[in-house]
Design a binder for this molecule. Structure first.
Ligand SMILES: [Zn+2]
Ligand SMILES: [Zn+2]
Length: 234
């Protein structure tokens, strides 16, 4: 009887219950992640408030050296350091189309944004893909993340607002000093944002050049405040 019971329980869980995407242990109904794996994620708790660069040392310091001279975003928040298993979750999202990872990571990022007490923007602006990249992938991962934050903040996702007009080389293939040139004039903003507060949403921010290029075009369109939300920060 105990064996039958265990077998039935196992079958039932496999058929009905959500499983942790990382270890396959039973997960809560709310998300496909178990409590142990959630605790062990590389949460980013001490980072620059203007660019989310991880900070080391004194807890009282809130800005990196560069943002102390000129803040790169009005506010920036990254949920995680770009380490494992965040790298794996994002890579499988982008290249295997595992959209469940966007729901999970978007929800975790939304919780961090709320917990940080950031003022909700008037709209969320996902970093766009070039149309040819979008056709290849079939979805924009940043837009999928933004949708989850939008549910919590009750703000719209302005998907068509910014367009990527140059099919740039993947930033990850370039050295840090070539990345700014690669994304220069890559984005255009359709419409006026006079006095508006917007938040850019991206999956991973490394040198920040892509998000900065989007921020520049939003500010040129008149945005008064540009924040940045991202899942992983290298
Ligand atoms: Zn787990
Ligand atoms: Zn900074």
């Amino acid at each position: 009887m105990p064996f039958i019971y265990r077998w039935l329980t196992s079958v039932q869980t496999q058929l009905l219950g959500p499983r942790c995407v990382l270890c396959r242990a039973p997960a809560s109904l709310a998300r496909e992640l178990c409590g142990d794996c959630e605790q062990e994620l590389p949460w980013l708790t001490h980072a620059c408030v203007h660019c989310a660069l991880p900070l080391t040392g004194t807890v009282g310091i809130t800005r990196c050296h560069r943002c102390a001279r000129q803040p790169r975003f009005d506010r920036a928040l990254a949920a995680f350091a770009y380490d494992q298993p965040i790298r794996w979750l994002i890579t499988r999202l982008k290249f295997d189309g595992r959209l469940a990872h966007a729901r999970l990571l978007g929800d975790l990022l939304a919780e961090r944004v709320v917990h940080a007490g950031l003022d909700a923007p008037e709209m969320l602006v996902p970093v766009p893909l070039h149309p040819s990249g979008y056709r290849r992938r079939g979805f924009n991962q940043s837009e999928r993340l933004a949708r989850r934050i939008a549910r919590v903040q009750r703000r719209p996702v302005a998907s068509g607002l910014v367009e990527r007009v140059r099919d740039t080389v993947a930033q990850s293939t370039l050295s840090a000093d070539r990345r700014a040139a690669n994304v220069r004039r890559a984005f255009v903003c359709h419409g006026s944002l006079a006095g508006r507060h917007v938040a850019i949403v991206d999956d991973v921010v490394t040198t920040g050049q892509t998000a900065l290029a989007v921020a520049r075009c939003l500010r040129t369109a008149g945005a008064a405040r540009v924040d940045l939300y991202c899942v992983g920060r290298a």
